[in-house]
Design a protein around this ligand. Structure first.
Ligand code: CTP
Ligand code: MG
Length: 626
């Protein structure tokens, strides 16, 4: 009887879920009706999905049936995803999505704290990050819940897992095989995009990380919103990309209207005064948030505060989500910039695959680097792609000024520091259609040719105007920030890196042009050798003289070169570096070996000519080993 009632309840939940989904689709604007949700709808639906979800650590995916069975007592589970995190061992997690947020809440509220179980002390924080203990331990730990447990043991028909090992990226060798098996460069470009972009589970996990921060301060700030932005949500992210997060205390970045009732209310909150200097206020608050994350939030570790940067951020790692997070509180333009990129990506199906291949090419030839520095960032690279697509004789993307002109009253967005982020959110209003029929591979070649010729020395790139302007200062590369036109997006890029980009785009254009020869390869030959994109990504070993070769940060410290020799003499106690990547280890070892033999030769020749030089070398060596 109980089982029947539970089943009826679940069917009711499922019905509510379906009705809600239909309602979202029906209330959407025209864009949504065409199957393309607007950015705000996309963000909202992912937030709601996170509110309906829990993450449970299990011993392996084999625990799924048991967990499903147990968790079904709280409500109807609509999707289930498995992923692993590589720690010392491989850790397994299941992300369960319920039909309703209240079901997920019920599951969370039923959970015990590990301190209660073991008598040890732990901070009793409520969150959606849980673990699944053995049934025997649960029974021993709480006889009072025996009745509930027996109800839980009723069998449910298990929903199949939507994904197994769902966050695993393709290994380079696998990807290489896949791309070799393609029929054309065109197909390679599509395959690369489809197999390396951030998947659905990756997006779910990033919104769960955001929700965790939001819930942590919800008591004091019920209107707070932690919004993912950047590559996690703009459609340009690849598997494993970091999560950029903006935390707002005031009701969320997307809240367009202020409550009328509140403006009329005669009751006013007592509050604390803000510090007169907004920036130091933000820094103080972030320091405090950093402590909160570090001390209380499960999964959050390696918290670092970078508060002196133009946009102060807190960086941390989430060990249950295997995620790097950059949390800011004062960069709302970044959020709206992500909206622009999202809209451009949605506008034409060529934009994202093209950007993906260019980002990957840049990574493979060392033009980009995950850590910030004097090299071009992925975001600047995306701006270069957008500008290229805007300036074509038959443009594929409109100028941002066209979006600004077409804005309606509901599109008005002004950040609290007065930056105007108003532009049309509905592309139908912009009435832009492209007649450009170029294929992806043609566009890729044109991109490289275009930037081989571009006058970075004198010209600045304006995405707002879709044309090049005179450069207002001496930065090596100038991309006008579309939302803050007084700022240069690529201000960090050094002259050497800009020059390297010019050399690499020329190399790339040359490689792609010579790929014409490979278009006649037989199917078997294509499977056996590198061709097309693979030749672009396999950075040519041929000696390309780079002007900044000598300015690059050293990958190997000179002292490393002596490590082995000193070890063999028993003179050094420096621990050797552990390279996780075996190819990298081999490369470093061969560099060391070559350098050692060169040094040896140098030393031998100098010993023969001057004894005094030899003495000073050994003095230097003994200093180093101390
Ligand atoms: N951003 C910006 N102006 C900049 C740098 C960044 O508006 N000068 C915004 C962009 O919306 C960008 C987001 O901040 O997408 C996050 O920046 P970043 O993490 O550097 O770039 P991503 O696009 O997220 O790319 P990646 O995958 O390398 O993290
Ligand atoms: Mg990012």
């Amino acid at each position: 009887m109980n089982t029947l009632m539970r089943r009826a309840q679940q069917l009711q939940h499922w019905r509510t879920y379906c009705i809600k989904q239909c309602a979202v689709a029906a209330t959407g604007n025209e864009t949504a009706a065409k199957g393309k949700p607007s950015y705000e709808q996309f963000i909202d639906s992912r937030h709601q999905q996170a509110e309906r979800s829990i993450v449970v650590q299990v011993s392996s995916e084999k625990s799924y049936n048991e967990l499903y069975n147990y968790c079904s007592r709280f409500g109807h589970i609509v999707s289930a995803h498995h992923y692993t995190v590589q720690h010392e061992d491989e850790l397994h997690y299941l992300l369960l999505e319920y039909a309703n947020a209240s079901d997920a809440s019920a599951a969370i509220d039923s959970s015990a704290h590990s301190g209660e179980l073991s008598g040890s002390t732990s901070v009793p924080v409520r969150s959606s990050f849980l673990w699944f203990r053995a049934a025997a331990a649960a029974a021993a730990g709480g006889r009072r819940s025996q009745a509930k447990l027996s109800a839980a043991s009723a069998q449910h028909k298990t929903l199949p897992l939507t994904t197994v090992a769902g966050t695993q990226s393709w290994a380079p060798a696998q990807l290489q095989l896949l791309l070799r098996g393609a029929k054309s460069i065109e197909e390679q470009l599509q395959l690369l995009y489809e197999h390396t972009r951030l998947n659905d589970l990756g997006v779910r996990m990033r919104f769960l990380a955001a929700l965790q921060v939001q819930r942590a301060i919800a008591g004091m700030f019920p209107g707070a919103r932690a919004q993912p932005f950047g590559s996690s949500v703009n459609g340009f992210g690849k598997m494993g990309c970091d999560l950029d997060l903006i935390l707002r205390f005031d009701g969320g970045a997307t809240a367009a209207a202020t409550g009328n009732e509140r403006e009329l209310s005669r009751l006013v909150y007592h509050t604390k005064e803000n510090l007169s200097n907004g920036r130091s206020q933000t820094q103080r608050q972030m320091e405090c948030i950093g402590d909160l994350l570090h001390l209380f939030l499960p999964g959050v570790c390696h918290v670092r505060r970078i508060l002196q940067a133009r946009v102060p951020i807190i960086k941390y790692h989430h060990e249950h989500l295997d995620l790097e997070v950059d949390l800011s509180m004062s960069n709302l333009t970044g959020f709206y910039m992500s909206e622009l990129l999202y809209m451009f990506g949605e506008l034409d199906p060529r934009v994202r695959p093209l950007t993906f291949s260019i980002r990957r090419w840049a990574q493979s030839c060392g033009l980009t680097n995950p850590s910030p520095g004097r090299w071009i960032s992925n975001f600047s690279l995306s701006c270069l792609v957008i500008y290229f697509l805007q300036q074509l004789r038959q443009p594929i993307l409109p100028a941002i000024s066209a979006l600004v002109k077409a804005a309606a009253a509901t599109d008005i967005r002004v950040t609290e520091d007065g930056i105007n982020c108003t532009f049309a959110r509905d592309m139908e209003r912009v009435a832009f259609g492209s007649r450009n029929t170029s294929s992806l591979s043609e566009l890729l070649l044109q991109f490289f040719e275009f930037y081989s010729q571009f006058d970075f020395h004198n010209r600045a790139i304006s995405l707002n105007e879709a044309r090049a302007l005179s450069k207002p200062d001496h930065s090596a590369m100038y991309i006008v920030n579309p939302l803050e036109p007084l700022l240069n997006v690529s201000k960090n890029v050094s002259l050497e890196e800009c020059e390297r980009l010019r050399i690499e785009v020329r190399n790339a254009a040359w490689i792609l042009e010579s790929e014409v020869e490979n278009s006649t390869l037989t199917e078997q030959e294509r499977h056996e050798q590198s061709w097309g994109l693979l030749n672009l990504f396999k950075h040519p070993e041929k000696a390309v003289i780079r002007p900044n070769m000598f300015f690059k940060p050293r990958m190997v410290e000179v002292s490393d070169l002596f490590e082995k020799a000193q070890h063999s003499n028993g003179a050094s106690s420096t621990p050797s570096i552990n390279y996780k990547n075996s190819a990298m280890r081999q490369q470093v070892q061969s560099i060391k070996a070559a350098a050692r033999s060169e040094l040896k030769q140098l030393r031998e020749s100098s010993t023969a000519t001057a004894t005094s030089t030899s003495t000073s070398t050994s003095t230097a060596k003994s200093k180093r080993s101390r």
